[in-house]
Design a protein. Sequence first.
Length: 150
Amino acid sequence: MQMTRNIIATALLGLALAMLPMQAPADDDPRDVLMLVNTEEDQVQGLAMTTASELAQRDHSVHIILCGEAAELGLEEYIPQTLAPRDVSSKELMQEAMSFGATVEVCHLFLPNSGYRQYEEEDLLDEVTVNNPEDKAEMISRDDLRVLSY
């Protein structure tokens, strides 16, 4: 009797597992990823940029928006502290992600509201642009987009 129950339970479990939707591995299912980075914490910025690099290397389309104090990463003149163990800064990690195809934008509110000295687009790294809120609203409304916030 116990053996029959075990066989039936195993068969039901197998049937239930077979009915679960199959999900392809991440490498076989590239997606767009939008990363919103607004923290001033170097370690968190570094984590975001390392994740961006990993995703971009796996053929995901990675879009990074820098806002608040994190937007300083997009400035040519900004020099953040380096992080162990690689002894690179979050800005260098961001540039590494860009070398793998990630795009980086600063929030459209950053430049005109950047404190005592308002920065201009010319102050940004060559590869960094200012985001267009309409474009990002369209992107965010898509079902196949993953949004990560740091």
